[in-house]
Design a binder for this molecule. Structure first.
Ligand code: CP
Ligand code: NVA
Length: 301
């Protein structure tokens, strides 16, 4: 079995070097072909999953990924930890580090995962914060690579709210040859600038795009703004008409969960250009590869 090395975390996609990102995607592709080939790699270890927000894909894909590495996934509700009774995040991290091999965390403030990682001696994986969703981006990149054979020069248009998913796509573009354009209303731009062109007009973003991507208009924790968001973001719905402006065989992506009739028309997400189920399925091998690489320090598997 591979030897343990210094602690690495994935709090945001840019925590990976470009070469490591490529290695994780390569390993994920191999794990996808042979999902049970690493069944004994981390036998006897556990992953602790701390989820402050709901999850369908991330929770279950991590549980499956852990199981296919021979690990158990110990899911803890926030109210089960002493954290809720005033124990510090740092003390929680130190304690978990003496039992588990990794921690996955879905929470609100990004600073929470940073604080955990600062005190942990095991990998901390961001399973979504208000600012980043790096594990989603890993699955998205694997999906695009499978569809187009490469990420280089692929035109990705994101239309809608410039949220956590978009921030991770901005970092993905910075680490790869993806060309990202984001169309958002004023005030809804992604927090990150850099390898991204931000425009107002969704038609401009989508023109000639290979991939059109959207996400919910109201992310978890923003529910009080839902009515205003539906109003402001209405012109950003991904419709069949908008898709017709993209490249002829463009793909439609969505990290899910989706709201048909809000950010996307049912005809698009349920239509022939949609690759959302492939995206969702790719959460598993990318997380299997990520957990393996972070825990063992072996990026080649
Ligand atoms: N895409 C995604 O992270 O889905 P869940 O919220 O169901 O985990
Ligand atoms: N932006 C969404 C992603 C859900 C997977 C949210 O944060 O709720």
């Amino acid at each position: 079995m591979a030897t343990r090395s210094r602690t690495r975390h994935l709090l945001r996609l840019a925590d990976l070097r470009a070469s490591e990102l490529e290695q994780v995607l390569d390993l994920a592709a191999r794990m996808k072909e042979r999902p049970y080939g690493w069944l004994h790699a981390l036998e006897g270890d556990i992953v602790v999953s701390l989820f402050d927000k709901p999850s369908t894909r991330t929770r279950i894909s991590f549980a499956t990924a852990a199981s296919r590495l021979g690990m158990e996934d110990q899911v803890i509700r926030p109210d089960e930890l002493q954290l809720g009774r005033g124990e510090t995040i740092a003390d929680t991290a130190r304690t978990l580090s003496s039992y588990a091999a990794a921690v996955t965390v879905r929470t609100f403030a990004h600073s929470t995962v940073e604080e955990l990682a600062a005190a942990a001696t095991i990998p901390v994986v961001n399973a979504l914060t208000d600012e980043h969703h790096p594990c989603q981006a890993l699955a998205d990149l694997l999906t695009i690579r499978e569809l187009y054979g490469s990420l280089d020069g692929i035109k990705l248009a994101f239309v809608g709210d410039g949220n956590n998913v978009v921030n991770s796509l901005v970092e993905a573009a910075g680490l790869t040859g993806l060309e990202l354009t984001v169309a958002t209303p004023a005030g809804y731009e992604p927090a990150l600038s850099g390898d991204v062109a931000v425009v107002r007009d969704p038609r401009l973003a989508v023109a000639g795009a290979d991939v059109v991507y959207t996400d919910v208009w109201t992310s978890m924790g923003e529910e009080s703004e839902a009515a205003e968001r539906e109003r402001v973001l209405a012109p950003y719905q991904v419709t069949e008409e908008l898709m017709s402006l993209a490249a002829r065989r463009a793909s439609f992506m969505h990290c899910l969960p989706a709201h048909r009739g809000s950010e996307v028309q049912a005809e698009v997400i349920d239509g022939p250009q949609s690759v959302v189920w492939r995206q969702a399925a790719n959460r598993m091998p990318t997380e299997q590869a990520l957990l393996y690489a972070l825990i063992t320090g072996d990026w080649e598997g």
